[in-house]
Write a protein that binds this ligand. Structure first.
Ligand SMILES: [Zn+2]
Ligand SMILES: [Zn+2]
Length: 323
């Protein structure tokens, strides 16, 4: 089995798809990230980015066992699922986890997403076998040689176990889950659709502590958030972060690298490039997610990451000077 853990971005846009000449560089598909750990495939969210991912998985016949984790059930995180090719393959097995909706179970929300009023194929008619399970913050999802299962404790797990921890955040309307995926000492934290707090989101900082990669919501320019852009209302309370908020979490948690995610659909490539540059001035190891971005993490990159974490204090000081 390969030692490599790879993060690949298939959809990086927030709210709604944004195709067009102005979004070619970063891409217009909504949220979807693939994690590859050895032979295991984990998919984070099912925005429209899951559609090209589904074709790629089907072409390479990597469909017999796929884990899909939903951060929450807003449109831009589920709208690609009805077009996810592996869900139609009789030999595919999907293990689907996420939070319940505010009034309905996870399974019911997915069923209603494909009700006959709005879509021609029901969830039950899709030929794959699907294990849909809502999970709680106290639970841990494990994928080891024996299979995929949910537990309340990580005591006694095998060394090769892939472990997924859950952080329930209240910083988004209806709540949202962040996930921390750990395998062979390497960790990736996925924290989309979250708004920063005054003094930083301390619970999220603790959850993301020293992760190798932090994927964090960075939807807005500071001026947009505060209502300083002509013709646009303030976005305070919408449940999304500014680049500054994302950098604050990354610096406080001393992560190896920060990936800006959930770009505003009205923002052009040029604007996101500017936001990326301003973020780098605050937290050096930062880049804006784009469709096709791949981040391989190997044992040797773990060493690099540990060295980077050693300079985390210096980065904190630098960051404080910029604030
Ligand atoms: Zn979203
Ligand atoms: Zn949302």
């Amino acid at each position: 089995m390969s030692d490599e853990l790879t993060v690949k971005f298939w959809g990086v846009r927030g709210s709604y798809p944004a195709p067009g000449a102005g979004t070619v560089k970063y891409g217009g598909n909504t949220a979807c990230v693939e994690i590859h750990a050895g032979e295991r495939t984990i998919v984070l969210d099912a925005g429209t980015g899951i559609i090209p991912l589904g074709h790629a998985l089907a072409q390479t016949k990597r469909t017999n066992k796929i884990m899909l984790l939903f951060s929450h059930l807003h449109h831009d995180h589920i709208q690609g699922f009805p077009f996810f090719v592996p869900a139609y393959l009789p030999n595919a097995k999907l293990h689907i986890f996420g939070p319940d909706g505010t009034h309905e179970s996870l399974k019911n929300v997915l069923e209603h997403n494909q009700s006959s009023e709005t879509f021609p194929v029901s969830l039950g008619e899709m030929a794959s076998s699907k294990d849909i399970q809502s999970v709680r913050e106290s639970q841990v999802i494990v994928w080891d040689e024996t299979g995929i299962w949910v537990t309340e404790s990580t005591v006694g797990l095998r060394d090769d176990s892939l472990v997924i921890r859950i952080h329930k955040s209240y910083a988004h309307p209806g709540g949202v889950y962040a996930y921390r995926i750990t395998w062979r000492g390497q960790s990736v934290v996925y924290a989309t659709d979250t708004e920063g707090y005054v003094g930083t989101d301390k619970r999220l900082v603790a959850f993301a502590k020293e992760a190798d990669v932090l994927i964090h919501d960075a939807q807005y320019l500071d001026e947009h958030y505060w209502g300083g852009l002509a013709g646009l209302p303030t976005t305070q309370g919408y449940g999304h972060s500014t680049v500054t908020m994302a950098c604050e979490v990354a610096a406080s948690a001393r992560v190896g690298q920060l990936i800006l995610f959930h770009h505003d659909p009205s923002y052009s490539d040029a604007l996101i490039m500017d936001m990326e540059a301003s973020a780098k001035a605050k937290f050096g190891e930062t880049q804006a997610a784009y469709e096709g971005l791949e981040i391989p993490l190997r044992n040797e990159s773990k060493m690099t990451s540990i060295l980077q974490q050693g300079t985390g204090i210096a980065r904190d000081v630098k960051y404080a000077q910029h604030d």
